[in-house]
Design a protein around this ligand. Sequence first.
Ligand code: IPM
Ligand code: MN
Length: 365
Amino acid sequence: MKKKSSQGNRNYKIAVMGGDGTGPEVTAEALKVLTASSKKNGFKLDLTHLDYGGERYLKTGVVLTDKEMAGMKKFDAILLGAVGHPDVKPGIIEKGLLLKTRFGLEQYINLRPVKLYPGVWTPLKDKGPEDIDFVVVRENNEGLYVGEGSFKNKGTKREVATQISRNTYKGVERCLRYAFELTRKRNKRKKLTLCGKTNVLTYAWDLWWRVFQDMAKEYPDVTTDYTHVDATCMWMVKNPEWFDVIVTDNMFGDIITDLGAMIQGGMGIAAGGNINPQGVSMFEPIGGSAPKYTGKNVINPLAAICAAAMMMDHLGETEAAQEIERSVMNVTAHKLKSLSAGKMGYGTREVGDLVAEQLMERSAR
Ligand code: IPM
Ligand code: MN
């Protein structure tokens, strides 16, 4: 499942898209940590900064051309900060940049770990890091996100708005395949939970369910389980320790991973990857551009740093990735007062410094 450097020699061509709001600030801290990691681990980073986002759109009217999107195929991976600009109508950048890249580069998996690090506050009483450690595999190219639908009698009292959830055998199969393989590779509880709504969405989830059942036969070592999406939310709060890997569709995955982010300590720490196992993947903090915190040195960069760690893991630099994660864990356990913006006890840049210092200290030992 790993993507290696296109040039060999552990020289990685990375497109860096800081994006909007606090995106560039958190991305800068992720790059600070990556630079430290590259020195220590002996890989090289060939960075190309792309100015795509709300600012450029306001100046030029361009969100992302097809050519620019195709141009991103030449990189080994993409590191994204955040999209969404307060002066741009909601949806334009999100659809035109983020979703266009996810779909255009066929990043059909959205991988979102939900892991409570030591020292991090969770709103779940009596739950600790040993209870909250699972991964959500969200289908990333289909479902309600395909943008199919129609209005009838728009603007009248007889209006009907339809929004289609498209689920193809190919799309469902490759998503489930990835999830089964990941469950095996994680080698934790080896349990894969399908999260759906078979009792109401009887076409879409019938397909998912059938493919899931069939594929399970190929993985006798993986325990399979099914929960409806509403119940999944309930168990994520009450018994998060039941989960190891959850696989679900695009819309449900969007919703349950915000809940997941909250139980792991908030948007300041939640990272994700948009993965094309055969192509170019894009890694991002899952929170938004937080315009009100922009330029104040208060936003938490840990999610962006964790996204960078996921990127290095994906590129085959497993040791570097684990080391970044351990450094983050050390900082959450011993330094930060809170993971919330403005309440960390340190500024954005200082948190980046702390993680980078941790990393270098480890190298001295
Ligand atoms: C996410 C975001 C996006 C999504 C938006 C910004 C289009 O909420 O990455 O979860 O819905 O996928
Ligand atoms: Mn979301």
